[in-house]
Design a binder for this molecule. Structure first.
Ligand SMILES: Nc1ncnc2c1ncn2[C@@H]1O[C@H](COP(=O)(O)OP(=O)(O)OP(=O)(O)O)[C@@H](O)[C@H]1O
Length: 982
């Protein structure tokens, strides 16, 4: 194969390796060589190195320019890449035959010498840029402005040298001569820089060792278990569901190792990887696992240094710091050669990774208003963090950030390389976690059985933090006399009981009925701390703050607060709640039980957008609020925590917990607060309903849920009062309810069904692109009777979920349409659809695209279709039904008097299938559109279709793009029948 062909064939791979690490260094090195070998002339170089263009643009430009230059230039490009790329990146690439770069005569001008020696000069000058600039300045070859252009801190030292060389060339022969003379003079006195470049020095190696061992120490146990029994991360870590979405909305499941891999990349030029997930979905734990595996050299082996940061802890850093100080103070300090280690970091951004856990907890919302690119200048922490995320500072260093989705606004999204969604545990993950948690297999089995017997509880366990609580409180759970927990408030009350029980002197399981009253003082103090600090976005507390609130050592020993595992240099002990959701729970308790709270506290909680710090919080938490941040527009990241708190407030004020709370708070106060909650929920819903636009003529009245709609529904669910749900839904009048991309998992499905079942009129429920799963499907069943259509595209649903859904669906008179594109369905689900079609003679639309249905499945479906006289739309796009499947379906549909639309796109259907479909066409009086794109139908098959169309007047279009036909055949056949589209 010729070298231009080689380049063309491997274009994607070459692009990937030259852009892969996000660093421009490999491309720059290749350009240096090509300039030196005279493959590129200066104009070519300028057309590639366009300052404002992204790296991938430049690489593409290089490939195009060299390709146009022909065979020799292409050979040289491959040779240059072979020389520049590290061995592991060359695997799988073909560089063609070794190309001898023809030795050229020594150039006769200094300017040309700079080009010919460019690769060597970059290495030589890197450690002496200041010296070179000095000489150029004093000889008047350069102005101060020229020096500034070269020394922009955003450049790595190699890039600074290249800018210097470019500038010298621009200045002309005198400047070039001056630079060469300078080099000659300094040459003899310099140590060999080449060794330094490729191999980290002994000091760097030592630092790496120290960093690895401190990261390992910090990450090997799970912090939530501190004080309540230890689990090493190895013993308990269970893989969560990780997904990434590409630009076209398709999702792919990922492994931990792919979090910083290329799959799902949306922006080649960015270096920030976001892992987003709801509260307690396991983001911090995932990061901890990543850290531990790096420290053990089991993952991210190409990363030389990994610096872990917690945004929670960065909140407490009020000093202005430089990047160097941030790294060394907050992670670990080099024992030797600080400057050398830091220089190594600056020179090798592609070997460094930063992680920032919990961006949602960072006090200040992301902004890119203040640019900062100097690694040694001290600036406030937010400026440092935001510039790192944008890549203005330390371009090329990979950054992994975790956050709840609500905290990631469009301004940050622009700087994301990709977004990975963490969706909690799969059903298999729940089992695995319980087994890891209980070393006694019999106990594990009992817990799993009790979960399986209660689908509400099972749905909660998809969120790891709930799974942890449920598993941890198994004793209270299995022996509960108050019924099985239904809501997250129930689950967190279990935790409370569990912790108090541990410290009680009473025998196991007999915490007195008045247990809350007994511990009320502790609960209220913890509640006060929790609420005040939530309002101030403060999650770490000093001993002084605990004292101020009156928390004693005994209160702390209950285990709800843990020591904050902090690597940074501060001597005082600091505390945090076991998990942020527990902080929300205590805050809710305080709002509910505190007799002195101001009367509008509940209303304010349900209007987080208008949130203002209460006088109390301002007074008490002045020290928590970063003075440098005051005055900056308030950020919205605490809203999710306040929303969780509101959920708990709703739950605690529900009638179900009347007995528990009756001795702790006067009934009249509680009832007043409960009324406030109901009023707030009702008002919140009204706001949503008012936002519903008037339907355009001919279209359905439809509501696209705003983000807080699901939250309000969850609050109503926590109250467990059907009359509230009923009253709310009585006011909703829509035909279509759209909840796509709303992070709806099984827990949300439970709440949705609880409320939506009271809708007055039937509705189309659109839940595409969520994580409903089989358990979520089961949770939706109580509202299926009110759904005329159910859209569940891309939701991880398998055959078992469908079995349960259709069992109920068959009995629901109004249920007429279902869309299940892109789930995990196989032939095992088609018999259920066949029953549905047989038994429901008003069913209209069945869309099963992009699943794994083969000819067998199609045959099963055909059985149902042959006795159905209602179906109008059947979509099987992207399955594998083949000719046999197409024949079975065509046979079964021949007697249909209702079918309007049929899609068998991309199903491996050939001419035999087409000729069976031709018979369907010849008999059908209703079919209007037949979609057969991307199959393997040849001329013979199309001719059958043409013959059949002669006898049919209902069909308007037959789509045949991407079949086995030449362009000439397509042209000829479309002339014969205008309804065919190729
Ligand atoms: N992969 C996992 N394996 C085992 N346990 C897990 C896993 N993920 C989470 N957990 C459990 O759930 C708890 C909460 O998880 P974690 O703190 O990682 O969630 P998070 O998404 O960071 O929450 P938040 O957004 O509220 O800070 C952990 O302390 C641990 O007990």
């Amino acid at each position: 194969m010729s070298t231009p062909q080689l380049i063309l064939k491997q274009r994607a791979e070459l692009l990937a390796v030259l852009c892969g690490g996000g660093s421009a260094e490999p491309l720059d090195c290749v350009l240096d060589l090509l300039l030196a070998w005279e493959v590129l002339v200066w104009e070519d170089y300028l057309s590639i190195q366009v300052a404002e263009k992204a790296l991938n643009y430049k690489v593409r430009q290089l490939l195009d320019v060299v390709y146009d230059k022909g065979e020799d230039a292409c050979s040289c490009l491959l040779a240059a890449m072979n020389q520049v790329l590290p061995e592991e990146q060359k695997a799988g690439l073909c560089f063609g035959e070794e190309c001898a770069v023809v030795g050229k005569n020594r150039p006769d001008t200094a300017t040309l010498t700079l080009l010919a020696d460019r690769p060597v000069l970059v290495r030589k000058l890197r450690d002496n840029i200041d010296g070179a600039l000095n000489v150029l300045l004093t000889t008047d070859c350069f102005t101060i402005k020229d020096c500034d252009v070269v020394q922009l801190p955003v450049y790595t030292p190699s890039q600074q040298v290249r800018r210097l060389l470019d500038q010298v060339r621009f200045k002309g022969e005198t400047a070039a001569k001056t630079l060469l003379q300078f080099l000659e003079q300094t040459e003899t006195t310099r140590p060999n820089p080449e060794d330094k470049e490729n191999h980290p020095s002994a000091n760097c190696m030592l630092y790496q060792k120290k960093l690895r061992s401190s990261v390992a120490a910090q990450s090997h146990t799970l912090s939530t278990y501190g004080g309540t029994g230890h689990f090493s991360l190895d013993d308990i870590y269970t893989d969560g569901l990780l997904e990434v979405m590409d630009g076209s909305g398709e999702t792919t499941t990922l492994g931990l190792e792919d979090v910083v891999g290329p799959v799902g990349t949306l922006n080649d030029d960015a270096d920030t990887f976001l892992v987003s997930g709801e509260a307690g979905s396991g983001k911090s734990t995932l990061l901890q696992r990543l850290h531990l595996l790096w420290a053990r050299e089991a993952l991210l082996t190409n990363i030389f240094l990994l610096f872990p940061f917690s945004c929670r802890k960065l909140n407490a850093e009020h000093r202005e710091l430089s990047l160097k100080e941030l790294l060394f103070l907050h992670c670990c300090w080099p024992d030797r050669g600080q400057d050398e280690v830091f220089q190594f970091i600056l020179d090798h951004p592609n070997l460094v990774l930063f992680t920032f856990d919990g961006l949602d907890e960072f006090k200040q919302g992301f902004t890119d208003e203040e640019r900062h690119c100097c690694p040694t200048k001290q600036v406030p922490i937010p400026v440092l963090l935001f510039n790192l995320l944008q890549g203005t500072l330390m371009k090329g260093v990979m950054k992994v950030v975790t956050s709840r989705p609500q905290a990631v606004g469009p301004s940050l999204k622009r700087y994301l390389r990709k977004e990975v969604l963490l969706k909690g545990f799969s059903p298999g993950g729940i089992d695995c976690f319980v087994k890891k948690h209980h070393s006694d297999p019999a106990m594990a089995r009992r817990v799993i059985e009790s979960l399986q017997a209660n689908s509400v509880l099972l749905s909660l366990c998809h969120i790891p933090v709930f799974c942890w609580i449920v598993t941890k409180c198994h004793q209270e759970l299995l022996g509960s006399q108050d019924g099985i927990p239904q809501t997250i408030t129930d689950v967190y009350l279990l935790v409370l009981q569990h912790f108090f029980q541990r410290k009680s002197y009473q025998p196991q399981g007999v915490l007195g009925k008045a247990w809350l009253e007994e511990h009320l003082d502790t609960v209220l103090k913890l509640g006060q701390l929790a609420l005040e600090s939530l309002e101030a976005s403060c999650y770490v507390f000093s001993g002084y703050e605990l004292q101020r609130i009156g928390l004693t050592e005994q209160d702390v020993s209950m285990g709800f607060l843990i020591y904050c595992n902090d690597l940074s240099v501060t001597d005082c002990k600091r505390y945090e709640f076991l998990h942020i959701t527990l902080q929300c729970f205590f805050a809710a308790f305080y709002l509910v039980l505190n007799r002195n709270s101001d009367r509008s506290a509940i209303y304010r909680l349900f209007q987080p957008k208008n949130k203002q710090l209460s006088g109390l919080s301002q007074r008490c938490l002045g020290h928590c609020i970063d003075s440098s941040v005051e005055g900056v527009k308030s950020h919205v990241t605490e809203t999710p925590n306040l929303q969780i708190t509101a959920q708990f407030v709703s739950g605690l004020l529900s009638q179900r917990h009347h007995n528990l709370l009756q001795e702790c708070c006067p009934t009249a106060v509680r009832e007043r607060k409960a009324k406030q909650v109901v009023k707030s929920l009702s008002k919140g819903m009204q706001r949503h309903f008012k936002s519903i636009p008037r339907p355009v003529e001919g279209e359905k009245k439809s509501m696209h849920a705003m983000p807080s709609f699901v939250w309000l529904i969850k609050c109503i669910y926590e109250m467990q009062d059907s009359s509230i749900a009923q009253d709310t839904m009585a006011k909703l009048d829509v035909e279509h309810l759209k909840l796509t991309y709303c992070n709806i998992g099984p827990v949300e499905c439970t709440a949705l069904a609880y409320v939506l079942k009271y809708l007055r009129n039937p509705v189309g429920l659109q839940l595409d692109n969520n994580s409903v799963g089989d358990v979520g499907v089961e949770q939706l069943l109580p509202c299926l009777h009110i759904c005329h259509s159910l859209y569940l595209r891309n939701n991880n649903i398998s055959d078992e979920g469908i079995r349960k859904l259709l069992e109920k669906g068959m009995k629901c008179e109004r249920f007429q349409k279902i869309a299940l594109f892109n789930n995990n369905l196989t032939d095992a689900c088609t018999q259920h659809f066949a029953w549905l079609l047989k038994s429901k003679q008003n069913f209209l639309s069945l869309r099963l695209g992009n699943n794994n249905i083969t000819s067998q499945g199609a045959e099963q479906l055909a059985e149902g279709l042959s006795s159905n006289q209602s179906l109008q739309f059947l979509g099987l796009w992207g399955n594998k039904i083949g000719d046999r499947g197409a024949e079975a379906l065509a046979d079964a549909l021949r007697n249909s008097t209702t079918l309007i639309w049929l899609s068998l796109v991309d199903n491996g259907v050939g001419s035999a299938g087409a000729s069976a479909l031709a018979k369907l066409i010849s008999q059908s009086k209703t079919l209007e559109e037949l979609w057969l794109n991307k199959n393997c139908i040849s001329r013979e098959g199309v001719e059958c279709l043409i013959e059949a169309l002669k006898m049919n007047s209902s069909v308007k279009e037959v789509w045949l793009r991407g079949n086995n036909l030449s362009p000439e055949e397509e042209e000829e056949l479309s002339k014969q029948e205008s309804r065919l589209t190729f």
